[in-house]
Every structure is written in structure tokens, then in C-alpha cells.
Design a protein around this ligand. Structure first.
Ligand code: ZN
Length: 525
């Protein structure tokens, strides 16, 4: 059965023979928590492991409360053990724990000394940071050495399935890319190209938005108003693809001041959405668990009950037959959906998909309220009450704007991962069968590397593989890094998914939706 097979790799800590047992059953209930919470100095002899790593009962109940997934590395002797839930409770500035691989770290004393600032650590607090840690410190071993003194124990279960440990591909790739930056004396987070473009893009947004409002006040033809709305919709997407995306990945400038100012300005104040929500969905969810069904928030959350079927791990039904048609329209609604979900996720559910959102402080709540209010003010209230634009007309044009922006954004995200060339993992497995970096390449499609136009209009997301492997590097370096990624991937026998044109990537996406939509018919004879 598929659940067992995934863990059966020599690199993982799960026993191959036992994990493939057909009679695997999940533990009936969580074992009582032991002892050591918050007390790293406790005597290690007083605890007993809650799960027996050598037993097939390790296979977890997916996402069931109180049950975890097995860690992929071997347990370490003489270190206190914690469940993922125990670590998850330490998710505040007063007590900030994370785990990386097997080891648990209390990084509370490091919050104000972290060169990347405390906000990113608080975002990561209480979580499995194994792959985040490496991908956000790709070119130096120093952070790993610094961490050692904060170790307080080890985890015996994890919240989500872990990847297999790196066997050399990512280590070599990080070394090569790091040398590229050192040899060429380049700043991997140079903010200059982004800031120059930001100025031009904001001018484009101001001009197109003003034209849309002005054409209404002058009662020009609806065709002109409509075209202005289309143009503003396109213009609105550009700073999101460029500076917002880079800022959310700490890839524009070296300090949290840069990331906060650029990221909040472009997403919260300009676009009326929420960086906090985006961080949880995109940084913690999508980028770590790419195409893992049930965990990647960009995928359907369950095997049934979604309006789209993107992987064979989902159950088929006849409702999916036309998804290659209706989804193309629904993509346009994503910007609206995102604007509503950021509020509901943040204030009501405290989750984005399965990703738990850590509590935000009053300052953050105030910032969200102010930025949303400001957005409503300049986008709707001022045009209607000051410039006298009809509310109904503005609503129609705004729907056009949001449809264009949403379509533009979502379409680009979708074709990079929802493709017949991309792999999907069933999130109910005890571990992801691949190493993280190799999985990033397997779940991602690159296209049209030679087209500067495509690169400009989608914020270099046609270099999606490079982006996933080096999320904290400025997108303006991706074209130079792609050949290095391809070379090292070829050397390690890792497939690099690539097609030459945007049109081909789009065609493959449609083909994938069609095949998944009619899957039952194709396989019924
Ligand atoms: Zn990203």
C-alpha cells in the first residue's frame, strides 16, 4: 500500500520492511505526554518514548489531533523527547521553540539577535523548520553552528510528513550557487533592481487607476472604462509578482525593515490583502510542502469535496469532467477570495489550510485594520464620495480589475505546479519519499527561460525551480542561477522539468486538468 512504501528509503529512519506491512494500523489514541515541557534540563531517564520507531504502528492517523508523523532521522540518545504538539505550544515571543530534523531548539534568547529579525522567527515558532532553515540560510554553515547551543531535546513525532535527509544534491548546489555570488561579488538580495522597477510599476498603477476613475467622472464610453480597468488589473499584479513576492521571501534587502516596508506596502496597503496570511500560506505551506496533498495550501485540502481534481490521489467524480473549462474562469476569482480569506483565516480560523497561524500581537492587528481601511478608502470610498463615481459602475469595474489580477496571479502559480510533468505526494504517507530539494524540482515546471517578456510579466516565476530552491535570493538573479541548477541536477540524476514556451506550459496545464477530470472514463475499461 502506498502509505508504507513512501517511508521505505534507506535515507529515512523508518524501517523499510515493517513500513511496507499491509496490516498497518494507526495508533488508537495519543499517548500521554511525558514531562519535560519547558524543562530542558530534566533527567532524560525519567521519560519513555511515546512511539516505538521500530514498529509499524508508527504510521499516523493523518492530521488527527494528538497523533503525529514519524521523524525521518534516527533518534538521538540522551536527549529529552517531545511531541510536535509540545513544541507547537512554544510559539510566542515569551517561549519560541522550533525543530530542525530531529533536534528541538529553544531560540527565545536569539529572537532579538537574529540578523534576519524576530518576525520571521516568530512566524516559524513552534514548527518543523528543517527545510525552511536550510533554504533560508543556503550559503553559510554559521547559523547551524550558532544553533547548537540552543538545543533542548528531540522530537519523536512531527506535525507533517518529513522529507528524506539530503544525500548531497542540495549541499552541492548550495555550495556552487554560493560560490557564484562570491566569485562575481554579487549581492544575492540586492534591492536595487526591484526598487527601480517598483517606481515604474507604481506610476503605471497610478496612471491606469486614475484613468479608470477619470473616464467614469467624464462619462466616457464604457469601452474606455473597461480597458482602463483591464490595464489597472494588469498593473496591479506586477508589484505583487516582483517586490511583494521577493519581500515575503526575505529576498529584497538584508533586514526585516526592508521586507516589512516593501512587503506591507505592496500587499497590505496597496493591494488590500495580508502579508501575515500570505506568509502562512505561501512561505510555511506551499514552499515547504509543495504538491503534498492535504498540506500544501495551494492544493485541495482533502481527497474528496473539492471543486477541482489536480492529482490522482483525489477521488474522481463526474463533476470534474469540465474542470479544464470552468477552472479557467474560477482562477479569476482568486484575488477576491484571497482578500476575504486573509481576514477569516487571521481572525476566525487561525489557520491557512492545515497551517496553524501563530497569534499576532495588537500592533499587528492594528496594522491589518489600518491597511484594509486605507485600501477601502482609496479604492472605493474616495472615488464614490469625493469624485462622484457611481457605486454600481465602480463595483463592476473593480470586479474586472480583480478578475484580471487574480487570473494573472493564479494562472502563473498553477501552470508551474499543476502539470503532467509534476509529481504529487499523498500527504497521508508517513514521510515524503524524496529529499526536499529533489522534491522541489519534481513538483515544479520551468518554462520560457529565454523570454525576458515572460520573465517581466510573471516576476521570474518561469524560473520556478530556482525560486523554490533559493527562495531568499532576489528573482533578478534567477536567469544566472538556472544553468547551475540544471548542471548539478544532471550530475545527480535529478530531473529538471522544463518546456520552451509559456504556451506549451499552459497547454500542459490544460491537458492535466482534462486528464484528471475524465480520469474515471479513461481507466474504466
Ligand atoms: Zn514563492
Amino acid at each position: 500500500m502506498a502509505r508504507g512504501k513512501s517511508a521505505a528509503t534507506p535515507a529515512g529512519g523508518v524501517d523499510a520492511q515493517k513500513s511496507t506491512s499491509p496490516d498497518v494500523t494507526p495508533p488508537s489514541s495519543p499517548q500521554p505526554a511525558h514531562h519535560h515541557d519547558g524543562d530542558a534540563s530534566s533527567d532524560s531517564e525519567t521519560y519513555s518514548p511515546r512511539v516505538d520507531r521500530s514498529h509499524p504502528q508508527l504510521i499516523p492517523l493523518p492530521k488527527a489531533e494528538g497523533v503525529g508523523y514519524p521523524v525521518t532521522a534516527e533518534p538521538l540518545p540522551d536527549l529529552p523527547e517531545y511531541t510536535w504538539q509540545e513544541v507547537a505550544r512554544h510559539n510566542t515571543p515569551a517561549s519560541c521553540w522550533v525543530y530542525i530534523g530531529t533536534k528541538v531548539y529553544d531560540i527565545t534568547p536569539w529572537l532579538d539577535r537574529h540578523p534576519g529579525g524576530r518576525q520571521v522567527l516568530l512566524l516559524a515558532a513552534g514548527r518543523d523548520c528543517t527545510d525552511l532553515f536550510t533554504s533560508y540560510h543556503p550559503f553559510t554553515e554559521l547559523p547551524g553552528k550558532m544553533l547548537a547551543k540552543f538545543c533542548v531535546g528531540q522530537v519523536c513525532t512531527t506535525e507533517f510528513p518529513q522529507y528524506q535527509p539530503d544525500t548531497g544534491f542540495y549541499t552541492e548546489l548550495r555550495k556552487e550557487v554560493g560560490e557564484f555570488f562570491r566569485e562575481n561579488k554579487l549581492d544575492s538580495k540586492d534591492p536595487t533592481p526591484g526598487m527601480v522597477r517598483l517606481a515604474g510599476m507604481m506610476v503605471a498603477c497610478a496612471v491606469t487607476f486614475s484613468l479608470m476613475i477619470y473616464s467614469c467622472t467624464q462619462e466616457w464610453s464604457f469601452a474606455v472604462q473597461f480597458l482602463a480597468a483591464l490595464a489597472f488589473g494588469m498593473a496591479q499584479a506586477l508589484p505583487l509578482f516582483h517586490m511583494m513576492h521577493d519581500a515575503s521571501h526575505c529576498a529584497i534587502g538584508h533586514t526585516e525593515g526592508w521586507w516589512a516596508v516593501v512587503g506591507r506596502f505592496t500587499l497590505d496597503w496597496f493591494a488590500g490583502a495580508s502579508m501575515n496570511s500570505w506568509h502562512n500560506q505561501h512561505i510555511l505551506g506551499h514552499h515547504v510542502y509543495t504538491n503534498v496533498l492535504g498540506i500544501d495550501p495551494d492544493l485541495p485540502m482533502a481527497k474528496t469535496g473539492s471543486f477541482r481534481r489536480v492529482t490522482h490521489h483525489q477521488k474522481w467524480n463526474a463533476g470534474y469532467r469540465l474542470q479544464h473549462i470552468y477552472l479557467l474562469f474560477l482562477y479569476g476569482l482568486s484575488a477576491l477570495k484571497f482578500r476575504i480569506e486573509d481576514v477569516t483565516d487571521l481572525l476566525i480560523f487561525k489557520k491557512v489550510g492545515p497551517i496553524r497561524m501563530n497569534d499576532i500581537d495588537n500592533r499587528e492587528v492594528l496594522s491589518q485594520v489600518l491597511s484594509k481601511t486605507f485600501w477601502l478608502l482609496w479604492r472605493f470610498i474616495l472615488p464614490v464620495f469625493y469624485f462622484g463615481v457611481g457605486a454600481g459602475r465602480l463595483l463592476v469595474l473593480s470586479l474586472v480589475v480583480e478578475f484580471v489580477t487574480g487570473y494573472f496571479l493564479n494562472f502563473n502559480f498553477q501552470i508551474s505546479h499543476i502539470s503532467p510533468l509534476c509529481e504529487f505526494t499523498d500527504g497521508e504517507q508517513p514521510a515524503v519519499p524524496k529529499e526536499w530539494a529533489q522534491s522541489q524540482l519534481a513538483t515544479t515546471l520551468d518554462y520560457a527561460h529565454d523570454s525576458p517578456i515572460v520573465r517581466f510579466f510573471n516576476g521570474a516565476l518561469n524560473f520556478q525551480s530556482v525560486h523554490h530552491l533559493f527562495p531568499a535570493v532576489s528573482q533578478y538573479h534567477y536567469p544566472a542561477l538556472a544553468p547551475i541548477v540544471k548542471r548539478v541536477a544532471a550530475k545527480h540524476g535529478v530531473r529538471f522539468n522544463y518546456v520552451g514556451t509559456l504556451g506549451e506550459a499552459f497547454r500542459l496545464h490544460l491537458q492535466h486538468l482534462y486528464v484528471l477530470g475524465v480520469d474515471h472514463v479513461l481507466h474504466s475499461h
